[in-house]
Design a protein around this ligand. Structure first.
Ligand code: COA
Length: 338
């Protein structure tokens, strides 16, 4: 359902991101497990990932870097932030929330915040959640962070998953749109708990609290059965992207950019074909970062920011563990060129 009772439209007014300096290349991985650069590139599109090696630094540190940059770019003091919503599946700890820690680290002294868990769809779910506070007039400045230190839950002896993931963080500022036209127009989100059979991190929660047994069974690592996830992701991301275009009367020609979650280049290609848009309208940076889970979409927005024009129609789309999936249609609200 499109938003009907909107007081004002929420718009992204600034984007920022952070990736750690250390790289994990395909050549590095080939020395750790039985794989090679050719297989990884042709099956996933990934060449390298950024890894936060410092064991004293966690997801909140990357998120805080992104939020500090965001505030500097927008010229605001962190104390002006009303709420921080952090999408992550690798929180620093189960509580307090990563958002709470980020607020402390950046000096967002007047903000409250919370984490949202929806794996690779986390940023989109958080963006929709945050936009409600702007649309109903409750708050002026909402920060949405997508951040994951995936290297802490990846099993680097499992070649089928360790090649896929990297670490990083992205953040956007949501404010009321300056005009009626631009900002977040529509969203569609889904989840299906059946997906837990194929993609999950089972250890450490209330079902399987940490024990010697959960460690021995590697239950604190991400588990993925790649084939069914791939099948569901191709269908889910392509269908939901097409669905949001159709109900907003958009054709492929109307869409300026597809901003897809970066899990696998072949999933992105399938979505682009289903939407009927040209390949050069698709943001792709998977080769440099791998799958950074909640951070992929804001990192794309950061990397493409200077190419975006006010009024551009953007379709954001994601599929992730759980399963969770969804799309957001927004009209870009600012020019960086001017
Ligand atoms: C993981 C994934 C890349 C595997 O690609 P795939 O084309 O499905 O590969 P398969 O699983 O069919 O494996 C093909 C072969 O490559 C092998 N293989 C798997 N990983 C490998 C690697 N890193 N290097 C070399 N060979 C590998 C497999 O063992 C298999 O060998 P076999 O045929 O002898 O059994 C793919 O399934 C995928 O992207 N899944 C979804 C990922 C995703 O979107 N996850 C998160 C959702 S957000």
């Amino acid at each position: 359902m499109a938003f009907n009772n909107i007081i004002m439209r929420a718009a992204i007014t600034c984007v920022a991101g952070y990736v750690p300096d250390d790289l994990l290349t395909n050549a590095d991985l080939a020395e750790m497990v039985d794989t090679n650069d050719e297989w990884i590139k042709s099956r996933t599109g990934i060449s390298q990932r950024h890894i936060l090696k410092d064991p004293t630094k966690a997801t909140s540190d990357m998120g805080a870097e992104a939020v500090k940059t965001l505030c500097e770019k927008r010229g605001i003091d962190p104390s002006e932030i009303d709420v921080i919503i952090t999408a992550t599946v690798t929180p620093d700890m189960l509580f307090p929330s990563t958002a709470n820690l980020i607020a402390h680290k950046v000096g967002a002294t007047k903000a409250w915040g919370f984490d949202l868990s929806a794996a690779c769809s986390g940023f989109l779910f958080a963006l929709t959640t945050g936009s409600q506070f702007i649309q109903n007039g409750t708050y002026k400045k909402v920060v949405v962070v997508g951040a994951d230190k995936m290297s802490t839950i990846v099993d680097y002896t499992d070649r089928t998953t360790c090649v896929l993931f990297g670490d990083g963080a992205g953040a956007v500022l949501l404010e009321a749109s300056e005009d009626e036209e631009n900002g977040i127009v529509d969203h569609i989100h889904y989840c299906d708990g059946e997906g837990a059979n194929y993609l999950r991190q089972a250890g450490g929660g209330s079902l399987n609290p940490a024990s010697h047994e959960t460690v021995d069974k590697k239950m604190h690592f991400l588990y993925q059965d790649g084939k069914p996830v791939f099948k569901a992701a191709v269908t889910g991301m392509a269908d939901v992207s097409y669905e949001i275009m159709e109900r907003n009367g958009l054709t492929g020609n109307d869409v300026a950019w597809l901003v897809p979650h970066q899990a696998n280049l072949r999933i992105i290609d399938a979505t682009q074909r289903r939407m009927g848009i040209d390949k050069d309208k698709v943001m792709i940076n998977i080769q440099d970062y791998g799958n950074t889970t909640a951070a992929t979409i804001p990192l794309c927005l950061r990397d493409w920011e200077t190419k975006l024009n006010k009024g551009d129609n953007l379709i954001l789309a994601a599929f992730g563990g759980g399963f969770t999936w969804g799309s957001i249609y927004l009209k870009w609200a600012y020019d960086t060129k001017s």
